[in-house]
Design a protein around this ligand. Structure first.
Ligand code: E4P
Length: 216
């Protein structure tokens, strides 16, 4: 399973990329807005750091304007994936962009029927938001299971990016289910490395070694 980092913060992207665990990046307008820098500048900075797909979201709601934005974004770098929301206009834009060979990540997926339509229209990726479903007492990971089953039934090439990840268990369950990608915020990436017994074990080994290190 690939790991994408779900942030537009360039310092975090550099930090986790150096750990060898970043296969791509997802951004959205809220994440870019936190950074106080233009979309184009930040996306180009990210592309200099990470050699993998970088999802960049359209701001238009009308399909013709979405298409214009998408065509502009892909001139910025070869790794740009255009993120388009799961709306009726989004689907019209997807159909046209897919024919042009532009890679599209359909975002804000909350049901299996949405994921099915996006795949039929040629999405390269879909982003089901598991955390936001869990927040309203629905079953985020249950949705991932449904989408993987449907895509496998019909041999769709569309890749599943598990998004809105809130904790390490979302990441582990994604891997167990065979999701293609999990996009993970920096704070959750940190937690993936950690186990209290590992820290305790390192401390105990060093403390035991301290007692005998001067023996001849
Ligand atoms: C995915 O591509 C989105 O950027 C992101 O995962 C949304 O997560 P949130 O629900 O924590 O905002």
């Amino acid at each position: 399973m690939d790991f994408y980092i779900d942030t537009a913060n360039i310092d975090d992207i550099k930090k986790y990329n150096a750990l060898g665990i970043v296969d791509g990046v997802t951004t959205n307008p809220s994440l870019i807005a936190k950074e106080g820098v233009s979309l184009e500048k930040r996306i180009k900075e990210i592309a200099e750091v990470v050699d993998g797909p970088i999802s960049t979201e359209v701001l238009a709601t009308d399909y013709k304007e979405m298409i214009e934005e998408a065509r502009k974004y892909v001139t910025w770098h070869k790794n740009i994936v255009v993120k388009i929301p799961m709306t009726v206009d989004g689907m019209k834009a997807l159909k046209i962009l897919a024919k042009e060979g532009i890679k599209v990540n359909i975002t804000l997926i909350f049901s299996a029927s949405q994921a099915l339509i996006a795949a039929k229209n040629g999405a390269t990726y879909v982003s089901p938001f598991v955390g936001r479903l869990d927040d309203i007492s629905e079953d985020g990971m249950g949705l991932i299971n449904e989408i993987i089953t449907i895509y496998s039934n019909y041999n769709f090439d569309t890749k599943v990016i598990v998004a809105s990840v809130r904790h390490p268990r979302h990441v582990v369950d994604s891997a167990i289910m065979g999701a293609d990608i999990a996009t993970v915020p920096p704070a959750i990436l940190d937690k993936l490395f950690k186990h209290p017994l590992t820290d305790k074990g390192v401390k105990a080994f060093l403390s035991d070694w301290e007692k005998v290190k001067n023996l001849q």
